[in-house]
Design a protein around this ligand. Structure first.
Ligand code: GLU
Length: 280
């Protein structure tokens, strides 16, 4: 797997973790970081690639309005998501506008990607947003999703979306360089795995169980996402995204883990039995 594949990929999903977009102490949006990330995204568009953004952070941003420590009650979390989502989208809109791009917000529940009619609606909406030169920016609909209808985390949302839109690569921008042989916080000599071609029990054993306060993901959910992506013939990259220009860093060979699917041919891909509308 080489960065040349990233440069030649047609459709890329970039997923942003809560810890990157929101300052954990203040709940403020990390505006200067976001501007550099958007600059990277715009560069991808300028060479003919399409980018779809999946962003977390609504709860992390909105929860600071509740002025309390510890875990929010379910209705507080939903309200936090409602408040935080608006602030998130305003920040994205402002950053994209500098480059003449608009944005189209899509809030999804698990059912939206399971139900065949809703799947097609999501797909055609994504296509239309891209067609008019705007960037689809997607999050889970945390305000109305219930335990039964939730994706649970945006890693799996991004992977299921990748299957639907036939993305070539998902980039999970996270707070860790990738998959390590052991948790690097516990063991500093843990080694970064740079490429995974099959998710074996040994690979699963390497994934820790750590989850952060506001996001739902951890290395285990990233592996679940990788499995969905690889089954759909889509590559997945995990990389630490906290520095400026995080996508350029990957392109320049920065640390990351690449999950490479067996099937490389688009015709091999699963489309969940849905007939896809004509490509725009
Ligand atoms: N949808 C949640 C949010 O916007 C985050 C879920 C996740 O981190 O995976 O805060």
């Amino acid at each position: 797997m080489t960065t040349a594949q990233l440069i030649s990929a047609h459709r890329i999903i970039v997923k942003i973790g809560s810890a990157l977009i929101a300052d954990g102490e203040t709940g403020d949006i990390r505006g200067s970081w976001l501007e550099t990330m958007i600059e990277d995204v715009v560069r991808f568009f300028s060479r003919g690639q399409q980018v779809i953004i999946v962003t977390s952070g609504a709860v992390a941003v909105g929860s600071h309005h509740f002025n309390k420590f510890g875990v929010l009650r379910s209705e507080e979390r939903q309200a936090a998501a409602a408040i935080g989502q608006v602030r998130l989208m305003l920040a994205f809109e402002q950053s994209l506008k500098r480059f003449g791009f608009g944005l189209g917000q899509i809030l999804l529940m698990g059912e939206d990607l399971r139900n065949p009619h809703r799947r097609l609606n999501v797909l055609s909406t994504v296509r239309q947003i891209l067609k008019v030169g705007a960037v689809p920016v997607i999050n889970e609909n945390d305000t109305t999703a219930t335990a039964e209808t939730r994706f649970g985390d945006n890693d799996r949302l991004a992977a299921q979306l990748a299957e639907l839109v036939q993305a070539d690569i998902i980039i999970l921008l996270s707070n860790i360089d990738g998959l390590f042989t052991e948790d690097p916080h516990d063991n500093p000599s843990a080694r970064l795995i740079t490429e995974v071609r099959r998710i074996t029990p040994q690979i699963e054993a390497m994934a820790g169980h750590s989850v952060s306060r506001h996001s739902s993901g951890g290395m285990l959910t990233k592996l679940m996402a990788a499995r969905i992506a690889m089954d759909a013939g889509c590559n997945m990259i995990i990389a630490k995204g906290n520095k400026s220009y995080p996508l350029s860093a990957i392109e320049n060979g920065g640390p990351s883990t690449w999950f490479v699917p067996f099937a490389r041919d688009r015709s091999d891909r699963h489309t969940c039995g849905n007939k896809l509308p004509q490509a725009q």
